[in-house]
Design a protein around this ligand. Structure first.
Ligand code: FAD
Length: 309
């Protein structure tokens, strides 16, 4: 827990970012979790997953932008990604995930409106290409703004996806509100270091809360996206799908690129819809540090690779 908090704090420290990203050996470890730095790398990963029947959601890495110019570059990167996906003709099997903080959400004076203005053309381009956009969820201070943006975008593009984090106390209520027809909701445990006032602190409480929200989403008329690598949560999702006679195409499992790839293939071969979250781009530091924080074994792997450089 102490290590996890330290890594999550480090994920937002610019000085450490420079030290870690400047280390050549880091690259080998990062490659396990990130498809590459370029859009071509991301497309190659999509092509490699497709034969196994694994859908994708592409994430152009970046978060916490500090000016409008950066936010515009994020928009353009996503428009380019959708253009590059089009010739693959994967339709909804290749969507994109966006972080509103990369679209300027946190900028003072109108950050929310700016993010909405810049993400809208991405959602429109995705709809025109027959696919969707999911709005990732960041720390708890962004939840109201992000859910409001999803609600606004859903008016014209009802398949725009939301993400809920079971660690937050509010999430059971949010799950009830979003368990409606046509709504796509990814349920995750939550990757940010959150205070006790807003979030469960113990893993068993986060897991119990995950199960509660999973039941709400799986018993409702929406399209649940079960974002987890946890065998217990995946088993529970399959039990609930059977219990509620859900068609195989009415929900999906989502996992991160490079994490439990064998299980991703096994589930897809067994008839479960599976989507991999494929991050790419140069700005991988925050994403990478959150993956280290999730699993002590990843830190050991990282340290070993530094030692054997
Ligand atoms: P855990 O209890 O953390 O792990 C269960 C098991 O999964 C572990 O024992 C291990 O075998 C494996 N595992 C888990 N994590 C790792 C890892 N990093 N490396 C190797 N093995 C691992 N969080 C957000 O806050 N906002 C988001 O928008 C968001 N989007 C996500 C999208 C997807 C598709 C997924 C899968 C996760 C996303 N997350 C997001 C991250 C999520 O909140 C969790 O931090 C992460 O998924 C770990 O939780 P878990 O459910 O896999 O279970």
């Amino acid at each position: 827990m102490v290590l996890q908090k330290a890594l999550l704090a480090a994920s937002r420290r610019p000085a450490l970012r420079r030290a870690v990203t400047g280390t050549p050996a880091t690259r080998r470890v990062v490659d396990r979790f990130v498809a590459g730095e370029s859009l071509d790398d991301a497309i190659a990963a999509v092509r490699a997953l497709a034969p196994d029947g694994i859908a994708v959601t592409l994430d152009h890495l970046g978060e916490d932008v500090t000016d409008r110019a950066q936010a515009l570059r994020t928009r353009d990167a996503y428009l380019a990604a959708l253009e590059a996906l089009a010739p693959l003709r994967l339709g909804p099997a290749a969507e994109v995930s966006v972080k509103l903080s990369a679209f300027g959400q946190a900028l003072p004076d109108g950050g929310h409106d700016l993010a909405l203005e810049l993400v809208r053309p991405v959602v429109e381009a995705a709809s025109a290409a027959g696919t969707t956009v999911t709005l990732d969820m960041e720390d708890h201070r962004t939840v109201d703004s992000t859910l409001a943006a999803v609600a606004e975008l859903r008016k014209e593009h009802p398949a725009t996806g939301a993400v809920l984090q079971s660690m937050l106390h509010r999430t059971v209520d949010d799950a009830k509100a979003l368990a409606v027809s046509g709504s796509r909701v990814r349920l995750v445990k939550g990757a940010y270091d959150e205070p006790e006032s807003v979030a469960h602190q113990r893993k068993r409480d986060v897991d119990a809360a995950y199960r509660r929200s999973l039941e709400i989403l799986m018993s409702g008329p929406g399209y649940p996206m079960v974002g987890s690598h946890d065998p217990a949560m995946l088993q529970r999702a399959h039990e609930l799908a059977a219990q509620h006679s859900r068609a195989a195409n009415s929900w999906e499992v989502q996992m991160l690129y490079g994490i439990r790839p064998d299980e991703q293939r096994r589930l897809a071969a067994a008839g479960t819809r599976v989507r991999a979250y494929v991050p790419y781009g140069a700005d991988w530091y925050g994403y990478f540090m959150r993956r280290l924080a999730e699993r002590p074994a990843n830190v050991a792997f990282f340290l070993r690779s530094l030692a054997t450089r």
